[in-house]
Design a protein around this ligand. Structure first.
Ligand SMILES: [Zn+2]
Length: 370
């Protein structure tokens, strides 16, 4: 085993009432859960009772249309204080730090790569710096405003195998924030339900990428662009000025061929970008982390994979061997090109042969051999 786990652990206590009978069961949470998911034989004794316990009430739902019934958390009922410190689960050099934001983590010396996993607290800067790599990726506002994809790209980017580093400009952030507000208003109109747990793009940056500086706008570059849509010129210009080679956007068609060629850049959909930049390990890790702390479906990594397949068919079909029992959903129709540009979306090198220029990935990077 080449990985060890350190961080916070706790127990989750679920209760439900059926036919007048009160039922209760307990499952591990935090680092302990991660150990079990990774099949590390070092499960931490969360069930001893000395650990912090979080209580939730489950409710039975019957989805007639989907022909399935399931339990979901209906009510969170607070916690009982207790120990949260997990020990190092292994002596291997690769370390996953699981931070629930409870504080008091005290790190052992680390030799290998570190993945700091937290959606509740700021990562430790010294450790975070170790996982940062070359900046070749720039996120457009539409991707920033798609919370699931954004989380996936950001989390996977912190993985030890990641070859990209994420950045975006103030303008992309503003546009992403506005798009999220519009989505929330629309959701409220349709359902009467307020989203309270959703993070804005700014929240995400402050929380997950505290050291990332917003990329400066570059109006002098924007002025030189000729065939990019006027609304996307500032985005492409800022990316070019910070020497990002790849813009991830769901409007590839808005980025002009001549402009991309002159700047030596590429525009690519989030789906294609992820399909070629994520290893199976990065994909599973990122989905696992995305699910942590979620209320409501999807409940398992396989379900998350399945539900992604409707909107991200390239990524999910590339990863389908990981979940042989999961049937992918038919993909929604995509409009417009998936890729346009002159450099490889994995390594940033200039594409030279016609196949690579069509796909957006050079021969070496196409095989997935990093
Ligand atoms: Zn390449």
């Amino acid at each position: 085993m080449t990985i060890s786990v350190y961080g916070h652990t706790y127990a989750r206590v679920f209760t439900y009432t059926e036919n007048g009978v009160h039922n209760e069961f307990s499952v591990p949470g935090g680092a302990d859960l991660l150990c079990r998911l990774l099949r590390l034989p070092f499960g931490l004794p969360a069930e001893t009772g000395a650990y912090r316990r979080e209580y939730a009430e489950l409710k039975h739902y019957d989805d007639r249309q989907g022909k399935k019934d399931y339990y979901a958390i209906a009510r969170r009922m607070g916690f009982t204080d207790g120990m949260t410190q997990a020990r190092v689960a292994n002596e291997a050099p690769g370390l996953i730090v699981w931070d629930e934001g409870f504080g008091g983590l005290d790190f052992p010396p680390v030799q290998g790569p570190v993945l700091w996993a937290s959606n509740k607290a700021l990562p430790d800067r010294a450790l975070f710096d170790r996982v940062a790599k070359n900046c070749v990726l720039f996120l457009d506002a539409d991707v920033l405003a798609a919370p699931r994809m954004r989380t996936l790209i950001l989390i996977a980017g912190l993985h030890k195998d990641a070859r990209y580093k994420v950045c975006w400009s103030g303008l992309a952030e503003q546009q992403g924030n506005s798009a999220l507000l519009a989505q929330a208003a629309d959701h409220y109109r349709r359902t009467g339900e307020q989203w309270t747990r959703r993070l804005s793009v700014t929240d995400v940056r402050v929380k997950h990428l505290p050291d990332m500086r917003l990329v400066a706008e570059a109006p002098e570059v924007a002025e030189t662009l000729v065939d990019t849509a006027p609304t996307d010129r500032p985005i492409l210009a800022a990316a070019a000025a910070t020497q990002a080679r790849v813009v991830v956007t769901d409007n590839v068609a808005d980025f002009g061929r001549l402009d991309l060629q002159r700047l030596g850049m590429s525009a690519v959909t989030a789906d294609m970008f992820m399909a070629f930049n994520l290893t199976p390990g990065m994909y599973v890790d990122a989905l696992t982390r995305m699910l942590e702390g979620r209320v409501g479906p999807p409940y398992s990594v396989a379900e998350a994979h399945q539900s992604l397949s409707r909107t991200r068919p390239v990524l999910t079909s590339k990863m389908r061997d990981l979940f042989p029992d999961t049937e992918l959903e038919p993909a929604a129709k995509t409009v417009g090109p998936q890729f346009r540009g002159t450099v490889c979306i994995v390594c940033g090198r200039t594409l030279t042969d016609p196949i690579s220029q069509t796909v957006g990935v050079g021969p070496a990077c196409r095989t997935g051999q990093h």
